[in-house]
Design a protein around this ligand. Sequence first.
Ligand SMILES: Cc1cc2nc3c(=O)[nH]c(=O)nc-3n(C[C@H](O)[C@H](O)[C@H](O)COP(=O)(O)OP(=O)(O)OC[C@H]3O[C@@H](n4cnc5c(N)ncnc54)[C@H](O)[C@@H]3O)c2cc1C
Length: 313
Amino acid sequence: MDIFDCIIIGGGPAGMNAGVVLGRCRRNVLLFDHGTQRNRRSHGMHNYLTRDDILPSDFIKISHEELHKYGVKVKNKKITNARRNQEGIFQVYDEDGIIYQAKKLLVATGLSDNLPSIKGMDTFYGSSVFHCPYCDGWEVKDKKIGVYARNKEGWELALALKNWSDDVSYFTDGKFRIKPEQKEQLDANNIRVVAHQIASLIGEDQQLKKIHLKNGETVDCDALFFVNGYTQQCDLAETFGCKINRKGVVVTNKFQQTNIPGLYVAGDAAKDMHFVVVAGAEGAKAGVIINKELQQEITDARLKQYIEQQLPV
Ligand SMILES: Cc1cc2nc3c(=O)[nH]c(=O)nc-3n(C[C@H](O)[C@H](O)[C@H](O)COP(=O)(O)OP(=O)(O)OC[C@H]3O[C@@H](n4cnc5c(N)ncnc54)[C@H](O)[C@@H]3O)c2cc1C
């Protein structure tokens, strides 16, 4: 069975950028992806120079062309299991039980947002329901903006959104965890707190228009930003014994190395600054360090062989 130099699990910007770097280093690389990139519902990607407003699907199409150009093999399969054998070789199993082997393993499997389970959230997610003002705030500037949060982080997001619009309402959906000093800040910034439970989101053609409350009231709203946490898309790094921090992401050093030798994690799965450009940069860093380690191992093996040949028999 072939032993690849590196297997990459995850074909978002982190995994694909690592693939391009390693491909250009003439490494034998296999990348697995099952097409659930975090921003796949977005109508346009931002904060990435030269690709402003590109559809995530177009970004992936161009990236695949570049991976192909540098000889990286891409398989549209889910990896369900992985382990490291006694020789230190990583063995991964796809959903059909087929096994693949590699000297290094990069996990770039990303996160998924916990969408609040409210009627209409899913319909408008990515078009007028968002979680990140840096990604989508500009597109809804000066509109009626809502913030949804049942946890204590919502008031901060509500204040931040004043950057983009004067008209901000904060929906706590039946909870009221705001401290008096936080409420004072919200009042001072003219942010309305709506504490009633939400019944549904209403709009048409993927454009949110109103938020219908369980008490019968309706509030006009053009865009809703939520804070409701996120989940790792895949638990392979955790099952390998990688350290996880209190935010639920994998701890790595600045080269994306984990506490498990030969195992790297890049992108959203490893950091809490969740941008395409950051994920891509981390993938590139991982690619460089993986290439350097492979190079070192080859150099060491050649030196060992050379010394053995020089020894008198
Ligand atoms: C609605 C929305 C809009 C956004 N807009 C922007 C924006 O405008 N600008 C910006 O910079 N960022 C934006 N983001 C954030 C951005 O999506 C993430 O920061 C970025 O996708 C992280 O890249 P990644 O490679 O780490 O993970 P992802 O892009 O999430 O890719 C991970 C990949 O791993 C695959 N995978 C997971 N488990 C397995 C497995 N077991 N086997 C095989 N494959 C697996 C998944 O299928 C997925 O394709 C947005 C996010 C959302 C939700």
